[in-house]
Design a protein around this ligand. Structure first.
Ligand SMILES: Cc1ncc(COP(=O)(O)O)c(C=O)c1O
Length: 376
């Protein structure tokens, strides 16, 4: 057995004919930049998401940066961001000379909550970036309610949760990323909808924001060589759009494959008192970008990791250091101990392999190996 965290080779093998043909079409036409596949993919993704506008860009980090650039924020304005997330979410805030205001995370769902959000609001708060971590949507209805009350922009980081459905109290269902003012996603190869290089997109239902975002992503211009805004160059390559166009057709089936793996893990570990399987966020489906265990305090995570590695099972720690403790984001305002939930998660989480081509044999092997671990 050759168990991978993510099996991109196996996934490619299953769609090789379709993908090769789509790439070949781009090669034949040489429309490498802004070829028709880019618009077609954006339209298809908009339909899949139920979003009015999808603007493709070069990667998920750019998507977040462009989103914040489009909101007319001013130097020093505060943007709330969880400290238990991938660095990109906070990086772009700092890069734009805005102030990242780090906040805690829910200890069970690993997502930000409306209560955490509201407590961090000051007179300078202009935006929040909720991250739908590991594949399920944060509880967006109360988050939007707080945001509306305080006139705060909501930029959803949906890099890990594309396709997750969020259900409102009136029964309305919306895709994660289409609820706030802007949603951002990444098509990094290992993402649930991953291309064969870098890629990203922004979504919005607001036509004015969509128009500004389009301009910013294209050097601030709507008309060639007429630059209304200071922008960036952030495009999705036509080859990547062609690959994504094929993979989008499989996305629901991919999510289902991941859910089957997650359900088997849940069942296999249900009686183990030394770990907590992923707690489902009420009102959201889970697309399992990661299957992340929370280990009991007494479990030696490094021993478990080494034990699994010795048996040919990879595992990963997402994330080992909370953002407020990263050297790049250190300030006098925060120190170790200030975000105990996030710091504790950094010491106790462990993600197991999960992907779309996992076999029953691999799954059973992982479950029985984890079960056989004896803590020292
Ligand atoms: C939560 C989160 N936000 C942002 C990003 C950035 O995406 P990219 O790597 O495409 O720039 C990622 C992925 O790496 C991510 O996991």
């Amino acid at each position: 057995m050759n168990i991978q965290m993510v099996d991109l080779k196996g996934q490619y093998a299953n769609i090789k004919l379709e993908v090769d043909q789509a790439i070949q079409e781009v090669l034949d036409t040489t429309a490498f930049i802004n070829g028709p596949q880019v618009k077609k993919f954006a339209d298809d993704l908009a339909e899949f998401l139920g979003a009015e506008h999808v603007i493709p860009c070069a990667n998920g980090t750019d998507a977040l940066q462009i989103a914040l650039m489009s909101l007319n924020l001013r130097l020093g304005d505060e943007v709330i961001v969880p400290c238990f997330t991938y660095v990109a979410t906070a990086e772009v805030i700092a890069l734009l000379k805005l102030k990242p205001v780090m906040v805690e995370t829910d200890p069970d769902t690993f997502n930000i909550t409306a209560e955490i959000f509201e407590k961090a609001i000051t007179s300078k708060t202009r935006a929040i970036v909720p991250v739908h971590l590991f594949g399920q949507s944060a509880d967006m209805e109360p988050i939007m309610e707080v945001a509306r009350r305080h006139s705060i922009f909501v930029v959803e980081d949906t890099a890990q949760a594309i396709g997750a459905d969020y259900t409102f109290s009136d029964g309305t269902v919306m895709k994660a990323g289409t609820i706030g003012h802007i949603g951002c996603t990444s098509f990094f190869p290992s993402k649930n909808l991953g291309c064969y290089g870098d890629g990203g997109a922004l979504y919005t239902n607001d036509p004015e924001l969509a128009s500004t975002i389009r301009k910013i992503a294209n050097h601030g211009q709507a008309k060639k060589y007429h630059h209304e805004l200071v922008g960036v160059n952030s495009r999705l390559d036509t080859i990547q759009a062609a690959v994504l166009g094929i993979k989008l057709k499989h996305l629901d089936q991919y999510a289902e494959a991941r859910r089957i793996v997650a359900a088997a893990y849940d069942k296999g570990f249900a009686d183990l008192s030394w770990l907590q399987t992923p707690v489902r966020q009420a009102n959201s489906t889970h697309v399992f970008h990661q299957y992340t265990l929370k280990l009991a305090n007494e479990v030696n995570r490094e021993s478990l990791k080494a034990f699994l590695a010795g048996k040919g099972i990879p595992s990963m720690v997402y994330y080992p250091v909370a953002l407020h403790l990263q050297q790049a984001f250190r300030t006098d305002e925060f120190d170790k101990g200030d975000f105990p939930v996030s710091e504790d998660l950094c010491e106790r989480v462990l993600s197991l392999p999960i992907h779309t081509e996992m076999t029953e044999e691999e799954l059973n092997y992982i479950v029985s190996t984890v079960r056989s671990f004896k803590n020292d």
